[in-house]
Write a protein that binds this ligand. Structure first.
Ligand SMILES: C[S@@+](CC[C@H](N)C(=O)[O-])C[C@H]1O[C@@H](n2cnc3c(N)ncnc32)[C@H](O)[C@@H]1O
Length: 288
């Protein structure tokens, strides 16, 4: 067999390249997109501009890897990015991104296509000179090979550019959650619903017992980057493949790739051993 054909066949057998072995993020984003409001767009902007001020996005090229619903690619366009490229492994996410952008943006300074960050043969579809800002929020830990995904994503940052990533933090319960997600992502939809409700009910119940306000938490959930509570529950329950990395190891690994960390948020270790999840640390690096 010719080497190129052999490589292609091996890739097809490898779950990192098979959309069927991954959780169907795209379906969740399609459902979420039906609930996008001007308030959610404003919260998505606030979430992005906290990491990179709008004035630093204006006039820049922006690559969104794992664009999901397309809401943050839209936020980059609204900040005045010169050009936005939004890619996602899941064709349904790309379709949703296209719809969200077309409904909210009239200029043609945006490209959207299906792309697996682990696939080096797809590199020619991206800019050879790199991007001023490479943004990948909550994505690289879902690829099946997080360290290669970080390395590949980082390679698209232009000299002096920014690398903005969010990764699940490590917790003692990560291994158990990984098993849960592997099983969940193979279940039919009807079997997922009770699991979602048990998880959401337990989490909100514990919050109430500890003196928190679960009603306000769900009502105000969009302040978290424009997200929606139930879609995030599904995303957490199903997000497979799943890996995690501590804030310290993230900084060490990315700096070893020729970057300097310039900001980091939500880096404290997960509460309660990560029993309800570990949460994402958010990191901004500059290529030196
Ligand atoms: C949790 S969602 C995050 C979406 C978006 N970045 C956000 O912040 O809302 C993860 C996304 O990463 C995409 N994804 C997973 N593996 C990928 C890969 N290997 N290459 C590109 N995108 C990938 C999924 O399809 C999904 O849309």
């Amino acid at each position: 067999m010719m080497p190129a054909l052999k490589q292609k066949k091996e890739q097809q057998q490898d779950e990192r390249f098979d959309v069927e072995t991954h959780f169907g993020f795209g379906d969740n984003w399609a459902e979420y997109a039906a609930h996008i409001t001007p308030e959610k767009i404003a919260q998505a902007e606030a979430g992005l501009y906290k990491l990179v001020p709008a004035s630093d996005i204006a006039g820049k090229t922006f690559l969104d890897i794992g664009c999901g619903s397309g809401l943050h690619a839209l936020a980059a366009l609204r900040a005045g990015a010169r050009h936005v490229t939004a890619v996602d492994f899941d064709p349904t996410s790309v379709k949703t991104t296209r719809r969200v952008i077309e409904q909210n943006w009239t200029q043609n300074n945006v490209d959207m296509f299906s792309y697996n960050i682990l696939d080096p043969s797809g590199y020619q579809s991206l800019s050879a000179s790199g991007y001023d800002i490479v943004y990948s929020w909550g994505v690289l830990h879902h690829t099946g090979d997080m360290m290669s995904a970080i390395k590949n994503a980082a390679s698209h940052v232009a000299p002096g550019g920014l690398f903005v990533i969010a990764l699940y933090k490590h917790s003692p319960l990560c291994a158990a959650w990984r098993v849960e997600k592997k099983i969940y992502s193979k279940l039919p939809n009807w079997a997922r619903v009770p699991l979602n409700l048990i998880y959401a009910g337990a989490m909100l119940g514990v919050m109430a017992v500890r003196g928190g306000d679960p009603v306000a938490y769900v009502r105000d959930y969009q302040t978290k980057r424009g997200m929606r509570f139930m879609n995030d529950v599904i995303d957490w329950m199903g997000g497979y493949p799943y890996e995690s990395l501590s804030a310290q190891d993230t900084q060490k690994s990315v700096e070893a790739m020729g970057f300097q960390q310039v900001a980091a948020y939500n880096t404290e270790p997960p509460k309660g051993y990560g029993v309800f999840g570990s949460g994402c640390g958010e990191y901004v690096f500059r290529r030196v």
